[in-house]
Design a binder for this molecule. Structure first.
Ligand SMILES: Cc1ncc(COP(=O)(O)O)c(C=O)c1O
Length: 376
């Protein structure tokens, strides 16, 4: 556990982001994706706040364990929880949780659907189906539509609680061929279900990248993840297509443990990497044990009017940041050093420099970095 390296999570900004989301899609209900511990921000406080203070009533997890954590730690929460990928309904101990804890499994293959329909226990469980319209990961195959409809009808069901699919390329322009095809496939899928006399109570298609471009809003629901935490998920050349104006809800802070002068060529840290110029090294209290990856080496971070450059090998507990000689007066041991703040550009720039994505920057922070929450 760290004391002065921490992720400060500003929940008021989460509320503002939700308000901005509602401006983009005022007529859609929201399933807020909080998998991977709320994209690294702490799923329980994020959901507790979103449900109690913001009024969000539906949440998406990847695993049953994540959904159970929400149920256990927010026992009064009457929100809906979906489990999207790792559902394992065929395991007795898992099936019981879905049924007893009001957790919705998203069925995305025929075997799970068969099990679900044949089990008398799931008779009253809402049916949630995810189809593959081009993601080619999970999802019922479009070629199985007729078979799926037949199975559902012969089971006596008259409606699908939620029919969904997922874009593979929402970080690109929504008018690109692949996205247009996926939208068309989903429209056809819906009309096939309706033509067969099955009611569709809820439908959803769009994750952040699509919502940012106001796509898929003809469905009842949207499923934002990343944008609620702040960043755009569009690739840089496409960002002009984004209507998203959210702010990063978190700030990753550490502090300077030590500052010392170096001459050009001074070997630094593990691997003894020589520094490229005269200047100063600031040792910061974040390493790969905190999720501050070795891949961050070479990236620059703005600090008090200067650009610090991560040099040498990031190690488990610390990293070395090089500054030019002129920065001497602003470099003090004990001072706070911010990796990202509420400005999306800064975080997106860091992701780009380090060859990562904002999703990964958030999610890879380890439990050694405390998450601290601020409401106002
Ligand atoms: C099925 C599904 N819907 C929605 C999302 C949210 O995606 P994003 O974080 O890009 O908004 C995800 C995340 O991967 C997902 O798997």
């Amino acid at each position: 556990m760290r004391f002065r390296s921490r992720l400060l999570v500003d929940l008021a900004r989460l509320e503002s982001n939700f308000k901005l989301l509602k401006q983009l899609c005022p007529n859609n209900e929201t399933i807020f994706m909080v998998k991977a511990d709320g994209y690294g921000h702490g799923a329980v406080p994020i959901v507790r706040f979103s449900y109690n203070e913001v009024g969000i009533k539906e949440f998406g997890c990847a695993t049953l364990g994540e959904a159970l954590q929400l149920r256990n730690e927010i026992p009064d929460g009457e929100f809906e929880v979906y489990v999207f990928s790792d559902i394992q309904i065929y395991l007795k101990e898992c099936a019981e949780h879905y049924l007893n804890r009001r957790i919705l499994p998203v069925l995305s293959n025929i075997d799970d659907l068969d099990f679900f329909l044949s089990s008398s226990e799931f008779k009253h469980c809402p049916l949630v189906l995810k189809f593959n319209t081009g993601m080619n990961r999970l999802g019922l195959d479009l070629s199985q539509t007729e078979e799926v409809i037949k199975k559902i009808k012969s089971n006596g069901r008259k409606s699908i609680y939620h029919l969904m699919s997922h874009f593979s390329s929402a970080s690109l322009n929504m008018e690109s061929k692949r996205n247009v095809e996926q939208k068309e496939h989903f429209a056809k899928l819906k009309s096939d279900f309706l033509a067969a006399g099955l009611d569709l109570e809820r439908t959803s298609l769009s994750n952040s990248g699509a919502i940012e471009q106001k796509a898929g809003l003809e469905e009842t629901h949207v499923r934002p993840g990343l944008m609620m935490y702040g960043p755009s998920s569009l690739i840089k050349p496409e960002r002009t297509n984004s209507f998203w104006k959210g702010e990063i809800i978190s700030q990753l802070e550490t502090y300077i443990i030590r500052v010392f002068p170096v001459d050009r060529g001074t070997p630094i840290g593990y691997g003894a990497t020589p520094v490229s110029d005269d200047g100063f090294i600031a040792i910061i209290a974040l390493g790969y044990g905190d999720g501050f990856s070795t891949r961050f080496g070479g990236a620059t971070i703005p600090y008090k009017g200067f650009q610090g450059k991560i040099v040498g090998r990031v190690n488990m507990d610390m990293a070395q940041v090089f500054f030019p000689k002129e920065a001497e007066s602003v470099l003090n041991a004990g001072d706070i050093f911010t990796i990202w703040d509420h400005d999306p550009e800064r975080l997106l720039d860091f992701a780009e420099q380090t060859g990562t994505i904002p999703y990964e920057l958030f999610c890879q922070l380890t439990s050694r970095v405390p998450r601290l929450y601020n409401f106002k």
